[in-house]
Design a protein around this ligand. Structure first.
Ligand code: ZN
Length: 639
């Protein structure tokens, strides 16, 4: 990425340079910026903002948020910023975009002007577009609003030193949820209390016609936790009492794990729609989690979504309260450094899945099936022979965007799945070193829990470095933790780090029985996963070869991503025809004949493979079953 390296804002006393070269003031921005968002046309995906900024005469640089916290990338949706106009004393003011930093707008405020009025639109994607918050975020019946879409901020001040007073107009009759402190409501307009820019951007709003707010903590308990759900239908809100109980248990289990909380009022903001982008994004006092419309009422979809809310909730501790120094940037223009995402995301992936099982959202068997898929996908990742795990973190801002073709050889954001395996190994190592007296739970309490947020304080991030992680682990159980991590993060071994699975009492095996979870993943993804046999991942609709594992039988025969499978042994391809052919080949000396289309040409590839269908599982390995102890319920049962 290219970043402005030159100073544009005027230099005055008390200013220091930020990484990008914008002057950063130690003093707060003088005055309060007001922002009024009209979301009454949210179903049409159009959002209108008017802002008022106190200004002084002279050059002024305003920034559009670029590096979005939690997205770990310069993903601010600049293409959605439209209709932008600036007015001073009723007269339009000229503006000029920076030639290098396209997220910066330069103006000159005339003499005598003390207030700048801005009006702008944010146009949300009109089609069903994937991605994070820049993806589709509104339907006819609901929307999730990210304030960073719809505002500008003055360069030169940290985000926690600029005060915004926000109001929001919703479509008539829509209900809403947000951790943003409320001042007043009037009809369909909500007035919020003044907060810092940091808190505003960290506090999205979910709203919709079909809406339910469910308390997950007892009345009067502090801090309160609420599950706010907006869906595309009333039916989608009908969660079973058992499932609601599991989400309440999740709050208890997280409290038990970390020993303290860092929020004043926490809101799970859950979107249920087949048309919004599907992801989860953490905030200090909320998470923006998005699943398919029937995720709470369809058992298969529910199993797929089970780990989402626990993962995002874990981030309130690991990611928001404790944050890698390179991600704890003063504003949205300073580039983030992603190298410690193996802690931020990897540890969250491990803890999130453990909490999913501890709270009953997954059974122990379902948890193990998920772990088996994670272990297998990393064990069969050909790119691990050239790219160490650490590099997937350093390069994360590009890898999040990378396509599925060549993923096995390129690697992806593997610090999530491989991070989970490594933190399981750290957990079992602590348990072994201390004869079971201590565990990673002790590290979590020490590193992520203490000190908890005192009442009425504003949540704040506490930075850490690699050395801090090593020191905290040493405090729990003395060991050469530096070497432990450096060896694993720098490894180019063809094999995944399965030491934690093994020390947990289990081992990765393959047979021809597909787990329920893998069947669901294939069914929902409309794909066929032959990664552990032929080395192919196929799209069912047209036989498109989404990816090929390097070194696999398919790759050795010359089949590569982007081609299309047409026929297997002379018969039109289907998942069933392929599986039957793999089974038959076990007892036949003949090679499989795959007719494949590459652009406009057809060719038959001969694949010499006789090991049948292969799907991953975990089975006991004869050692004590530590894993089952890790994932059993720890807190008291919620009544
Ligand atoms: Zn995460």
């Amino acid at each position: 990425m290219n970043f402005a390296k030159r100073l544009i804002a005027p230099l005055c006393l008390g200013l220091v340079f930020s990484v990008t070269g914008w002057a950063q003031s130690a003093a707060p921005f003088p005055g309060v910026i007001t922002i009024a968002v009209d979301a009454s046309q949210a179903p049409a995906k159009l959002f209108h903002t008017t802002m008022s900024i106190p200004v002084a005469a002279g050059p002024l640089t305003l920034l559009y948020p670029k590096w979005i916290p939690g997205e770990h990338a310069p993903s601010g949706p600049l293409d959605g910023l439209t209709g932008m106009k600036f007015m001073a004393a009723g007269q339009p003011l000229e503006w000029r975009r920076d030639d290098v930093n396209l997220y910066a707008i330069h103006l000159t405020v005339p003499a005598g002007i003390r207030e700048l009025k801005i009006s702008l639109d944010y146009v949300s994607p009109a089609d069903d577009r994937p991605g994070f918050t820049a993806g589709t975020s509104a339907t006819a019946k609901m929307a999730v609003l990210s304030w960073n879409w719809m505002l500008l901020y003055p360069a030169g001040f940290p985000a926690d030193r600029i005060t915004y007073k926000a109001s929001l107009r919703l479509p008539s009759g829509w209900h809403w949820g947000s951790p943003l402190p409320l001042a007043a409501t009037s009809g369909d307009t909500i007035e919020f209390q003044p907060v810092s820019l940091y808190t505003l951007v960290d506090s999205p709003v979910i709203a919709g016609e079909f809406f339910q707010g469910i308390p997950l903590t007892s009345p009067g308990a502090w801090p309160p936790v609420e599950l706010d759900i907006a869906a595309d239908s009333a039916a989608a809100l009908q969660m079973s009492p058992e499932l609601e109980q599991h989400y309440k248990q999740l709050v208890t289990e997280a409290g038990q794990l970390f020993g303290a909380t860092h929020y004043r009022d926490y809101h799970f903001l859950l979107s249920l729609s087949d048309h919004v982008a599907h992801f989860g994004l953490e905030h200090h006092e909320a998470n923006d989690s998005r699943g398919r419309e029937r995720s709470l009422i369809d058992p298969s979809l529910n199993q797929l979504m089970a780990g989402l809310l626990p993962h995002e909730y874990t981030h309130s501790w690991n990611g928001k309260f404790r944050r890698p120094a390179g991600l704890n940037t003063p504003d949205y223009d300073v580039p983030m450094k992603d190298e410690l995402l193996w802690v931020y995301e990897g540890l969250t992936e491990y803890l999130g899945n453990v909490l999913t099982a501890r709270s009953g959202l997954l059974t122990p068997e379902q948890y193990r099936d998920n772990l088996a898929l994670t272990a297998a996908s990393m064990e069969y990742r050909s790119g691990r022979t050239w790219r160490p795990l650490l590099d997937t973190a350093v390069d994360a801002s590009k890898l999040y965007d990378s396509s599925e073709d060549w993923r096995n050889w390129r690697r992806s954001v593997d610090f999530y799945p491989e991070g989970e395996l490594l933190w399981l190994e750290a957990d079992t190592t602590i348990r072994n070193l201390t004869a079971g007296k201590k565990s990673l739970d002790d590290f979590c309490r020490l590193f992520e829990g203490a000190p908890g947020l005192v009442r009425d304080a504003v949540p704040a991030a506490k930075s850490y470095t690699f050395d801090d992680v090593v020191a905290a682990l040493n405090q729990v159980a003395p060991y050469d933790w530096r070497k432990f991590w450096l060896d694993r993060l720098g490894s180019t071994s063809p094999h995944a780090p399965l030491g934690g699975v093994e020390a947990g009492g289990w081992k990765l095996t393959f047979d021809d029985n597909e787990s329920e979870l893998m069947k669901i993943e294939e069914s929902v993804g409309k794909s066929t996963n032959l990664n552990y046999s032929l080395g192919l991942i196929l799209e069912n609709e047209d036989g498109h070869i989404a990816d090929v594992r390097f070194g696999s039988p398919a790759a050795q025969a010359g089949i590569m991503p982007g081609m299309k499978l047409v026929a297997v042994n002379g018969r039109a391809w289907s998942p069933e025809v392929m599986r039957d052919a793999l089974t038959a080949a076990k007892s036949s000396p003949e090679a499989l004949l795959l007719l494949v289309q590459n652009t406009e040409y057809f060719k038959t590839y001969s694949v010499n493979y006789h090991d049948g269908n292969r799907y991953p599982h975990l089975v006991v390995n004869g050692k004590p079953d530590v894993l089952t102890g890790i994932i059993k319920q720890h807190g008291e049962s919620v009544k």
